[in-house]
Ligand binder design. Structure first.
Ligand code: FAD
Length: 416
């Protein structure tokens, strides 16, 4: 791409947030030119299946496309795949791509997500060491899998645990190592962590918490094991690193955008740069459901809802971002659905029986409902949302009583 091209709206990053921004703009009858530029080679696709049905082989790539090819053409959304923005010139309203191309924009929407955080120890870049972020990442894993018997997953967050579940089902011997004293420590309450630890162990996963990695061992340039801080070596042919992401915001920060572990945006997703918005995993925003703290959310919900916020702004119907966070994770036959954020909870109420593999945890802060984690309990998830949105104060004994529907508690209480 050496010629200079120009679009009314240039979206950089063609993942969930970028694609949804283009879709929402057309849904709101935006008639100007739109380009969706991204560094991946393929059509925009869903990322969550990468650690679920795509890794397991249950869904081919065509079934995880966000939209078929014709959709983008029909709506006059220009796709510019395989291009990486390396610089942003805010004064001139233009970006430069790695291949030397220049794209001029009226408005820039930055939707670049993040890259998997890498280990820093020796061996982090060996063949057989994988992050899980893109289709290419998973395709490389799938190519190697027939030769793999043992996998070590570093990091007991959702992505690591989902990959562990799939690979266990595929007959691999899986070890999960987590530096903290429980899995999912950053995102869930302790009872949920303990439940998932037990589920993985029951299926043969060697799950170890409070364990640090020293280095990745090597044979002929490929990973052959993971050496732990205590000296033990876990032999393996594949290492999966699931220790979070680093927001992909380098060019925007270099252009002067404000940084707070992500590009800072206001409640309309505006950055501090003129005519530049940021959305999705890379956007640091003040979130009402985190008590107003500035956070980044890494979820499809946030990507889609922030995309809609920008589309509303750019089509003359601004509405501040105030969406309730929600998320899901599938492991084995367990469908977890969460709503709200557990940050700062001081009480967790158990509703249902983990032994029956269908239960919810309702999190309170200062007596108010702030979040729910629902395992195989769709009804609680659907009905509990109102308790979170309204920050209700409800008698814990009533919420724990499974004979009482959560919706009756929400409707019985006025917002306190
Ligand atoms: P992305 O979808 O990552 O898209 C960003 C795009 O920008 C990428 O294609 C990237 O390559 C590209 N890019 C980066 N830098 C540049 C540049 N300089 N120039 C051009 N292009 C660039 N969320 C859920 O809610 N539920 C789940 O179950 C769930 N499971 C997940 C499983 C996996 C394996 C992963 C990786 C994520 C999962 N998520 C899940 C999170 C969810 O997918 C993300 O929150 C969502 O994709 C964020 O959308 P985004 O557009 O901000 O970023």
């Amino acid at each position: 791409m050496s010629e200079i091209v120009q679009y009314d709206i240039l979206i950089v990053g063609s993942g969930h947030a970028g694609a949804q921004a283009a879709i929402a703009l057309r849904q709101r009858n935006f008639s100007g030119t739109i380009a969706l530029l991204g560094n991946e080679p393929s059509l925009p696709y869903e990322r969550p299946p990468l650690s679920k049905e795509y890794l397991s082989g249950d869904k081919p790539f065509e079934r995880i496309l966000l939209r078929p090819a014709a959709f983008w053409t029909d709506r006059a959304i220009t796709l510019l795949p395989g291009r990486t923005v390396v610089a942003v010139d805010v004064e001139a309203h233009r970006v430069t791509t790695a291949d030397g191309g220049i794209v001029v924009y009226g408005t820039l929407i930055w939707a670049t997500g993040g890259s998997p955080r890498r280990l820093t120890c020796a061996g982090h870049d060996l063949t057989g060491v994988h992050g899980v972020r893109t289709r290419d990442d998973v395709d490389r894993m799938l190519d190697e899998l027939p030769m793999v018997e043992r996998v070590v997953v570093i990091g007991g967050g959702y992505i690591g645990l989902e990959a562990a579940a799939v690979l266990t089902k595929l007959g691999k011997h899986v070890t999960v190592i987590e530096a903290q004293d429980r899995v999912l420590a950053r995102v869930a309450g302790e009872p949920l962590s303990r439940f998932y630890e037990a589920e993985h162990r029951a299926r043969g996963v060697d799950l170890r918490t409070g364990v640090a990695v020293s280095c990745i061992e090597e044979v002929d340039g490929a990973a052959s094991g993971v050496r732990l801080a205590g000296g033990e070596i876990l032999p393996c042919e594949m290492v999966i690193v699931g220790i979070g992401i680093v927001p992909a915001v380098g060019p925007l920060l270099a252009a002067g955008a404000e940084d707070d572990n992500g590009v800072t945006v206001d409640d309309h997703c505006r950055t501090t740069l003129p005519d530049v918005f940021a959305i999705g995993d890379c956007a640091a925003h003040a979130n009402a459901f985190a008590d107003g703290a500035t956070i980044r959310l890494e979820s499809v919900q946030n990507a889609n809802d922030q995309a809609t916020t920008v589309a509303k702004m750019l089509t003359g119907t601004p509405e501040p971002y105030h969406a309730v966070p929600w998320f899901w994770s599938n492991q084995y036959d367990l469908k977890l659905q969460t709503v709200g954020l557990t940050t700062g909870y001081d009480e967790a109420i158990l509703r249902g029986d983990p032994a029956e593999r269908s239960f919810s945890l309702i999190y309170l802060r200062a007596g108010r409902v702030i979040a729910l984690d629902c395992v195989n309990r769709v009804r609680d998830y659907v009905q509990g949302r109102a308790l979170v949105v309204g920050a209700f104060q409800v008698d814990p004994a009533l919420m724990a009583d499974t004979t009482i529907e959560l919706k009756s508690l929400a409707s019985a209480r006025s917002e306190a």
